[in-house]
Design a protein around this ligand. Structure first.
Ligand code: ADP
Ligand code: MG
Length: 717
C-alpha cells in the first residue's frame, strides 16, 4: 500500500505525497497543482478502454484493447544494440498465442514468470495468425483486486508520467475523504436532492476511477453543475458590488444631429442599442456594455454613437481594433464622419513612423485631438490623454482582459463599450445579464442579401472548381478556408507507449470525429499550379508573420488576388465587397459559430454570394450541424443550436471575459455537459440562493463561501 505516514487532508501539499520530491513538486506546480484538492480537481482528459478485452483469435490488426493471457515461456533479455535491450516471451489465452515484446524494460523479466496471468493492454499487431504486442501495460490478474475497466489519462507536463499522476491522484482521493480534514460538501443538500447529484467526494472519485461511463456522466453532471452554479453566484455577487458610479455623468444631447449625419436610417436593433448606451453614459454609472451582433449588423455605427456623445461632452474617446488593417478601415470612415462635425481623429498603429506617432501622441495628450483609433499600440505607456472618457473595444474577444484594462485604466471612470461579432444565444444573455448590460443587434440592415449555403461532398470537386472559375470570371473573389493541421495529439500511456486520441474514450464519452484533413499548404500549391494556373492564387496561414498576413489581406481587399486560400486566420471584419464565394474545406472540423463567422466574409457587396461547405463526414450529428447553416443566416439562432450541441463552455468564457470582477472561472467540465437545461437551472438556483441570502452569510452557505474563495484564489495565483 502506498501511504504517507503523515496525516493527510484536503490541503496536504503536493510534496508530502508518496514519491514526490522537490523536483517533481515543481513539475506539479506547473500544472497548477499545489495540494490534495488541486490534485482531485485535475481531471482526466480521456480514458484508456482497458476493459475492452478481446481474445487472440478475434483481435484485429492495430486494435487497441486488452488480452488476458498466461505467460507461457520465461522472458528472455537480449542486448540487441548498444544500450538497447529486448525482452521477449510468449503468452497464451484459450484461443491462441501472442508474442510479447518490450524494449529497454529489462525488469519485465523479473515481473513476468511462467504461469502468471496478466491483462495486457495496448495496440495489437496481427499478421495472419501471428499476434504480437509491443510494450503493453501489464497488470497482474488476481482474484483479490479487480482490474479497472477505464483508466484515466491526464494532461501532463515534463517530469510527470501517467503512472505517477494517476497514483498521486488516487492517494489524494483518499486524503480528501479524511474524517478530520476532508473536502466538505458545499452544495446545499436541497439542491443535490432536487437534481439527483452525487456528493462532491463521490463525484470526484467517479471521474477519476469510473467503473463505467455512466459513472463519468454522473460525475460530470455534478461537477458541471458546480462550475455553472458557482460561476453564476460569483457573477451575481460581483455585479452588485460593481455598479461603479462617476461624478461626471454626460449631458444629454438630442440624437438628431448624429442620426441625420448617417448615410442610412438605423435599424430598430441599432436604435435600441443607442438608447441603452445613452442611458448608461448619462445615468451616473460607469458603462460596461457589450454589443453583440452578426458581422455586418452595423455595430460600427452603434460604437460611433457612443463616441459622438463623448465628443459632444467635450471628452475624448479611444477605439481599439485587433489589426492594423481594421484600424485603418475604421479610421478612414470615422475620421471623415467626425471631421465634418469639427472633431479631430488620430490613427495610432505600430507601423507608423516615430515622428508621426510622436505628433499624434502630443495632440492626444493636449486634447487637440478628440478621438483616436488604433491597434494594441493604444495601450502602450506613452499613450496619454487629456480627458479620456470612453474606450471602444472592437472584436473584443481578440483582446485579453488585461489588455482591455490597460486602455480603460488610462483615466478615471472610463466607460467601456465592447463589441463582439460572435452571437451569443439570446437565452444565455438573458439568464446572465437579465438583458441589462448586453445589447443584441439581432436585426440586419435592410436589403442585405442572403448568402446561399450548400453542403457538398468531395465528389463535387470538379463542379466546385468550375463554380470557382465562373465566380472569378464574373469579377468575384473567392476565399477557401482549410482547418489548421495540427500535430496529431498523442498520449503517453502508463507503459510509456504513445496512444493517439482515437484509441481513447474522451471524457464526454463521445468520440470526436476524425476525418482526413486537407494539408492546406499542399492544397494551395495544387490549386495555384495545376487547377488555376491562370488565376491569381495566394495563401495565408498561421505561421506567416503578422506584416506578411496584413500585406496579403490588403492586396486581396484591393482586388489583386482572385483566390485566397487560408487556414482560419482571415480577419473578422475586413471588408472585401467583391468576395462572392466562401469555400470551407473539412467543414466538419469547425464549430457552427466559426462557420457562420467565415460565411460573414462574403455577401458584403451587391453581387449574389455563396458559401460551400465541403465535407465527407458521415457522422449524422455533424451533418445535422452543418445543415443548420444551410437553413438559416441568423447568427443568434445558430448560436442557440451551437449551445445545444456543444455545451456552454465557449459562450460563458466569451461572456464573462466582459465582466471584470467575476474571475476567470475554469469551465472545463461544464462545456462537456450538453444539457443546456442544466445551465439555466444552475443560474435560476443561483438567483434563488441570493434572493434568500444576498451576501451568502447564512451558516448553511459557509461551504459555498469558502469554495468561491478557493476558486478565486486559484485564479489569482
Ligand atoms: P459590423 O457589425 O460587422 O461591425 P459594420 O458596422 O461594419 O458591421 O456595418 C456593415 C455595413 O453595413 C457597413 O457598410 C455599414 O455602412 C452598413 N450599415 C450599417 N448600418 C446600416 C443601416 N442601418 N442601414 C444600412 N446599412 C447599414
Ligand atoms: Mg465591425
Amino acid at each position: 500500500m502506498r501511504r504517507n505516514s503523515l496525516t493527510v487532508g484536503k490541503s496536504t501539499p503536493i510534496d508530502r505525497f508518496y514519491g514526490i520530491g522537490e523536483k517533481r513538486a515543481e513539475a506539479f506546480h506547473k500544472l497548477g497543482i499545489y495540494d490534495a484538492t488541486d490534485l482531485v480537481y485535475h481531471f482526466p482528459r480521456a480514458y484508456e478502454p482497458r476493459g475492452n478485452v478481446k481474445t487472440t483469435a478475434e483481435v484485429e490488426d492495430g486494435e487497441v484493447c486488452s488480452l488476458v493471457m498466461t505467460v507461457a515461456t520465461e522472458p528472455k533479455n537480449a542486448l540487441i544494440r548498444k544500450g538497447m535491450t529486448l525482452t521477449k516471451f510468449t503468452a497464451l489465452d484459450d484461443e491462441g498465442m501472442c508474442a510479447v515484446i518490450f524494449f529497454n524494460q529489462p525488469y519485465v523479466k523479473d515481473m513476468a514468470h511462467k504461469g502468471a496471468v496478466f491483462r495486457f493492454f495496448g495496440k495489437v499487431k496481427r499478421d495472419g495468425f501471428s499476434v504480437s504486442m509491443t510494450s503493453p501495460v501489464m497488470e497482474p490478474v488476481t482474484p483479490m483486486r479487480p482490474l479497472r475497466a477505464l483508466v484515466p489519462v491526464y494532461p501532463l507536463t515534463a517530469g510527470i508520467s501517467q503512472k505517477l499522476i494517476g497514483g498521486t491522484v488516487r492517494d489524494a482521493l483518499d486524503a480528501i475523504a479524511s474524517e478530520t480534514d476532508g473536502l466538505a460538501e458545499f452544495l446545499p443538500e436541497t439542491l443535490r436532492m432536487k437534481y439527483g447529484l452525487p456528493g462532491i467526494t463521490d463525484a470526484l472519485r467517479m471521474i477519476h476511477l469510473p467503473r463505467t461511463l455512466d459513472d463519468t456522466a454522473l460525475a460530470i453532471r455534478r461537477l458541471a453543475f458546480d462550475e455553472l452554479y458557482l460561476f453564476a453566484l460569483a457573477m451575481m455577487l460581483s455585479r452588485d458590488g460593481e455598479e461603479r458610479r462617476t461624478d461626471a455623468p454626460f449631458d444629454h444631447y438630442s440624437n438628431e444631429e448624429f442620426l441625420a449625419a448617417q448615410p442610412f436610417s438605423m435599424t430598430g436593433a441599432q436604435l435600441r442599442a443607442i438608447s441603452a448606451i445613452e442611458r448608461d453614459l448619462t445615468g451616473g454609472g460607469v458603462m460596461n456594455r457589450l454589443v453583440v451582433g452578426d458581422v455586418g449588423s452595423g455595430k460600427t455605427a452603434v460604437g460611433a454613437y457612443a463616441v459622438w456623445l463623448t465628443l459632444k461632452n467635450g471628452r475624448q474617446a479611444a477605439w481599439m481594433a485587433p489589426t492594423e488593417i481594421l484600424a485603418r478601415q475604421h479610421y478612414e470612415e470615422l475620421s471623415a464622419f467626425f471631421g465634418r462635425m469639427g472633431f479631430r481623429t488620430e490613427l495610432l498603429v505600430g507601423s507608423m513612423r516615430a515622428s508621426e506617432k510622436r505628433r499624434a501622441l502630443d495632440r492626444l495628450a493636449l486634447g487637440v485631438s478628440h478621438f483616436v483609433i488604433g491597434t494594441h499600440a493604444l495601450i502602450e505607456e506613452s499613450v496619454t490623454f487629456d480627458e479620456l472618457a470612453l474606450a471602444v473595444i472592437d472584436e473584443q474577444h481578440r483582446f485579453g482582459t488585461a489588455q482591455r484594462r490597460r486602455l480603460v485604466d488610462k483615466a478615471r471612470d472610463v466607460h467601456q463599450l465592447s463589441m463582439s461579432a460572435t452571437p451569443i444565444p439570446r437565452t444565455l444573455a438573458m439568464v446572465m445579464y437579465c438583458d441589462t448590460d448586453v445589447s443584441l443587434i439581432d436585426e440586419m440592415p435592410p436589403g442585405r442579401q442572403k448568402v446561399d449555403t450548400f453542403l457538398v461532398t468531395e465528389s463535387y470537386r470538379a463542379r466546385l472548381n468550375a463554380f470557382i472559375r465562373k465566380n472569378v470570371e464574373a469579377g468575384g473573389q473567392v476565399y477557401i478556408v482549410c482547418p489548421a493541421v495540427e500535430e496529431e495529439e498523442s498520449f503517453e500511456s502508463e507503459s510509456g507507449d504513445k496512444l493517439c486520441s482515437d484509441d481513447l474514450i474522451p471524457l464526454s464519452g463521445e468520440r470526436e470525429e476524425k476525418t482526413k484533413k486537407k494539408a492546406a499548404t499542399v492544397f494551395a500549391r495544387e490549386l495555384a499550379e495545376r487547377v488555376f494556373p491562370d488565376l491569381r492564387v495566394s495563401f495565408v496561414h498561421g505561421k506567416l508573420a503578422g506584416k506578411e498576413k496584413d500585406r496579403i489581406m490588403t492586396s486581396f481587399a484591393a482586388g489583386e488576388i482572385d483566390i485566397l486560400v487560408s487556414t482560419t486566420v482571415i480577419e473578422v471584419g475586413v471588408n472585401v465587397p467583391r468576395a462572392t464565394l466562401m469555400i470551407v474545406e473539412n467543414a466538419e472540423q469547425f464549430g457552427l459559430s466559426a462557420l457562420h463567422q467565415l460565411r460573414g466574409r462574403v455577401g458584403r457587396g451587391a453581387q449574389k454570394s455563396y458559401c460551400v461547405l465541403v465535407s465527407d463526414s458521415r457522422v449524422p450529428r455533424s451533418r445535422e450541424r452543418m445543415k443548420i447553416l444551410c437553413e438559416t443566416n441568423d447568427g443568434f439562432r445558430i448560436a442557440e443550436k451551437d449551445l445545444e450541441m456543444r455545451g456552454p463552455g465557449d459562450f460563458l468564457e466569451q461572456l464573462h471575459g466582459k465582466t471584470r470582477q467575476s474571475g476567470d472561472f475554469d469551465l472545463g467540465v461544464a462545456s462537456l455537459e450538453r444539457d443546456v437545461k442544466l445551465l439555466y437551472t444552475a443560474f435560476d438556483e443561483a438567483k434563488a440562493t441570493l434572493v434568500a441570502d444576498p451576501t451568502l452569510s447564512l451558516e448553511e452557505h459557509a461551504g459555498l463561501r469558502s469554495e468561491l474563495r478557493r476558486k478565486n484564489e486559484k485564479k489569482q495565483s
